[in-house]
Design a binder for this molecule. Structure first.
Ligand code: ADP
Ligand code: TRP
Length: 334
């Protein structure tokens, strides 16, 4: 098994990122047997599709690296790096640009969603984003790619590119990657609006629990979270039509590894006055050790950069044979 996944280092990490993505990576890493390997990287080359100043970009890469390590990614067991330190990603992307078709990219729903009506004003980078993603995956012959539902189409594109390249150049070079989409993938909603995703871009800080929030801030945000006046129902069925209640019960269930039904059974008939302090406690206990490790790691830029440098060297070595074979298959002399 070769597991690989990437995340854009775009700052302001929150509970949704942790429960929806990072925690799954840690589980996959912890489940690996000795002949398997995990590659986790910060997609900073992808992040150029979002305008950001130099300082913010540097900070965001270190923040995300620290968050991953704090959450349990072990840089000795997994290969942890940022894309920009491994030029093979950009190189293979360019080679694959000869294989990917405009028609295929035109069908990508994430591109359509991101550009909205201003297609002409969108960057070329945003358009070929999925080709770079295919390069990320194919470089390492990844077999399993843990991602959210929204990335399924990009994985299919990576398979299409791999198949066409292998056929066009009559080689058996690229491995077909499969997406790993968690079954009940935790989708955490805003604390202020149960129908909107918890997101770093929500203008209200009360809408999300940040990975850097201290115990008091977490408790306050849970206390102020929007709810309804009804008590908690006996089963999760009774949460239908109550998006805020459903979200809070879902967060409690996800954090404690129980089902929403079991959580409802425990709190049936009780109001949010009883439920919220319990939820706050679970959140505080889960996030405190992660935050403490994160803050400690963030005091030492050199140590973080050393982790990323070491990861990049391992990644570059793993990528080299595939990159060399791709140049060779195309008759390009390096
Ligand atoms: P944001 O929505 O805050 O801009 P990103 O789009 O940068 O977050 O997402 C980074 C990762 O975190 C992705 O893998 C995404 O699926 C996951 N993620 C982001 N928000 C949530 C959420 N509210 N619930 C679950 N997963 C989320
Ligand atoms: N596009 C992914 C996202 O937005 C991030 C990503 C970049 C990625 N390269 C990847 C995910 C390779 C998996 C594999 O979430």
């Amino acid at each position: 098994m070769r597991v690989l996944s990437g995340i854009q280092p775009t700052g302001n990490l929150h509970l949704g990122n942790y429960l929806g993505a990072i925690r799954n990576w840690v589980w996959m890493q912890d489940d690996m047997d000795s002949d398997s390997q995990c590659f986790f990287f910060l997609a900073d080359m992808h992040s150029i599709t979002v305008h950001e100043g130099r300082e913010a970009r540097i900070r965001n890469v270190r923040d995300m690296a620290a968050a991953l390590v704090a959450a349990g990614i072990d840089p000795d067991r997994s290969v942890l790096f940022n894309q920009a330190r491994v030029p093979a990603h950009a190189e293979l992307c360019w080679l694959l640009n000869g294989t990917a078709r405009i028609g295929w990219l035109n069908r990508m729903t994430q591109f359509k969603d991101k550009v909205g009506k201003d297609r002409e004003g969108a960057s070329i980078g945003l358009f070929v984003y999925p080709v770079l993603q295919a390069a990320d995956i194919l470089l390492y012959n990844a077999t399993h790619v843990p991602v959210g539902e929204d990335q399924k189409q990009h994985l299919e594109l990576a398979r299409d590119i791999a198949t066409k390249f292998n056929t066009d150049f009559d080689v058996d070079l690229f491995t077909m990657p499969a997406p790993i989409i968690p079954k009940e993938s935790a989708r955490i909603m805003s604390l202020r609006d149960g129908s909107a995703k918890m997101s770093k871009s929500d203008p209200s800080d009360l809408s999300r629990i940040n990975l850097t929030d201290d115990d008091d801030a977490i408790m306050q945000k849970v206390k102020k979270a929007k709810t309804d006046p009804e008590p908690l129902p006996e089963t999760a069925e009774g949460l239908a039509g109550r998006p805020e209640a459903n979200n809070l019960v879902g967060i409690f269930a996800t954090l404690t590894g129980r089902t929403p039904d079991a959580v409802c059974a425990d709190f049936a008939g009780k109001g949010f006055g009883a439920f919220k302090p319990a939820l706050g406690d679970v959140l505080v206990e889960t996030l405190r050790p992660i935050r403490e490790r994160f803050l400690a790691l963030r005091t030492d830029d050199a140590a973080l950069d050393a982790i990323l440098n070491k990861g990049a060297a391992r990644a570059a070595a793993a990528a080299e044979p595939t990159l060399r074979a791709a140049y060779d298959a195309m008759g390009l002399m390096r």
